[in-house]
Design a protein around this ligand. Sequence first.
Ligand code: ATP
Length: 242
Amino acid sequence: RNKIFKLSTGSKRLDQLLGGGIEAMSITEVFGEFGSGKSQLAHTLCVTTQMPGPNSYLGGKVIFVDTEHTFRPDRIRMIADRFNLNQATVLDNILYARAYNSEHQWELLNHIGEKLHEDPGLYKLLIIDSIMALFRVDFSGLGEITDRQKKLGQMMSRLQKMSEEFNIAVFITNQISSDIRINDMDRATYKPIGGNILAHASTNRIFFQKGQGPLRKAMVFSSTDLEESEEEFIITAGGVDD
Ligand code: ATP
């Protein structure tokens, strides 16, 4: 288990919450409302993944599947500056793919599988930002939920297999359900979308909540091996930080 590498989020506290960082050979899901910093973390990971780390980790390339046009090369450049890395090199090491519908998102996984097969060990992180957005649009009817969950299940099991076969970390972002419950302590209970299929597929699920200005809170929502705890972090020009 020690040999499984972990990728730093850019925040020591958030890394601690995650038991050291975003773990290889599993799926980490971050969900939260718009602007909570999910994409900011995805961008930060694009850079930190490329840096050497503990356990003889040499750094590696990243695959970014963008479903909502959130990828910002300018953000990557600024984050590269923070870590004293060459902007162009960092960008070159990110394989970017835009998915236009859920079927396309699935097809992209075939191409990604081929890429990972061609260059084993080169890629260390696969990001899907966000996992549900296109499914939500393509299967919006009530009668389509079963079909959606079936396709989603296929995709998640594929991602899990890829993470293990190629020893990569899979990082996905997700939205919160609009069906927000207020509990008896007058606190809103947020739920990720994707139902049981996604709940079972993600090894670690983390909830991001907006705070004042750059402040954010991360909470372990459900995890097979993380303690239920929370940590604060901030978002700066250089990405996720303490
Ligand atoms: P989500 O994916 O969760 O919707 P996001 O990460 O895409 O969120 P953004 O709205 O892009 O959300 O950014 C979230 C916050 O990150 C902003 O409100 C701001 O506080 C901070 N942020 C974004 N870009 C910068 C920057 N260049 N410098 C400093 N802070 C920034």
